[in-house]
Write a protein that binds this ligand. Structure first.
Ligand SMILES: Nc1ncnc2c1ncn2[C@@H]1O[C@H](COP(=O)(O)OP(=O)(O)OP(=O)(O)O)[C@@H](O)[C@H]1O
Ligand SMILES: CC(C)(CO)[C@@H](O)C(=O)NCCC(=O)O
Ligand SMILES: [K+]
Length: 268
């Protein structure tokens, strides 16, 4: 396990859709924000500034970090977890980078190709809520990841996330338009194309989520369940609309991955 010693340091989770950033001071998460994947030129600029101890917050316009006064100081440590290897490479020239890997986490039974985002999220959820725990991550992919009381991976599942499901229909058919999912459950029996896609995706994903949760509770009746990722709110709203008793027991938290990173810090 690594021990992260961090007065002011940056956490970076490289996801498939975007970058997820965190500023830690000691064991405190001061700020978190998302950006698109960055062009190599911008990465170069950031690396040079951070090496000189300058934050360059102006390169993150309209994000939480801009509201924070951080003194420039020593080189800024960067802790990276990534599920996108080509994006990781862009940061590799930074001398103060630490890439977090599965073998550094205090979890058992992880298989070698498990996503570090899933491992960190389930670690973060367990450290905060207790083990056993099930994490639902509504990101580019929608994943389920469950860990038992001994911090051993029970297993999980991966399916296309909400946006990806809709996008794949649009991309691979002639007649289906580009649509958005609304923040409310649509009617199930649709009478137009847009609502038919909305119904198909939301009802089947919701049925799947419910089924995984109930199956998990059969094995671990007392387990906490946490939901994270860019689609967490939408999924929770759907769950509240159709299965309020289940929704009441699901805890939404956008920062599970960063709680996982934080649990590795020396100050924690
Ligand atoms: N500004 C945004 N950009 C992209 N996706 C967004 C945005 N806001 C909400 N979303 C939703 O978030 C989902 C992507 O989630 P997220 O950003 O967590 O994915 P990711 O970058 O793959 O990260 P992770 O690896 O954590 O899944 C999409 O399905 C989309 O519906
Ligand atoms: C499933 C995703 C894409 C979710 O971000 C990521 O965790 C990943 O690339 N995982 C590797 C495969 C696995 O977790 O089994
Ligand atoms: K994801």
């Amino acid at each position: 396990m690594i021990i992260v010693n961090c007065d002011n340091c940056l956490g970076l989770m490289i996801g498939n859709s975007r970058l997820h950033w965190a500023l830690f001071t000691g064991a405190t998460l001061e700020a978190a924000w998302d950006t698109d994947h960055l062009p190599a030129l911008v990465v170069e600029q950031l690396i040079q500034s951070w090496q000189a101890g300058e934050w360059k917050t102006e390169l993150f316009p309209d994000t939480q970090i801009n509201a924070i006064q951080i003194p420039n100081s020593t080189p800024i440590p960067l802790y990276v977890a990534s599920v996108v290897p080509v994006q990781t490479q862009l940061w590799q020239t930074y001398p103060y980078i630490n890439v977090i890997t599965l073998d550094q986490l205090p979890l058992h039974g992880l298989y070698p190709t498990l996503g570090i985002d899933r491992a960190l999220a389930v670690l973060g959820a367990g450290e905060n809520l207790g083990f056993p725990v099930l994490v639902i991550d509504g990101g580019t992919a929608l994943t389920f990841t469950g860990v038992d009381a001994q911090k051993r991976l029970v297993g999980g599942a991966i399916l296309p996330g909400l946006r990806l499901q809709i996008q794949s229909l649009t991309d691979r058919t002639a007649a289906l338009p580009k649509i958005e999912l609304y923040s409310e459950m649509p009617p199930r029996w649709a009478l137009n194309t847009v609502e038919a896609i909305q119904s198909g995706v939301s009802y089947t994903v919701l049925a799947g989520v419910k089924d995984f949760i109930e199956s998990w509770w059969q094995e671990f009746p007392e387990s906490k369940i946490a939901i994270t990722g860019g689609d967490r709110t939408l999924l929770l709203v759907y769950l509240q609309a159709k299965f309020p008793n289940i929704a009441a027991k699901v805890i939404a938290d956008p920062h599970l991955i960063f709680w996982g990173m934080q649990s590795l810090t020396i100050n924690n």
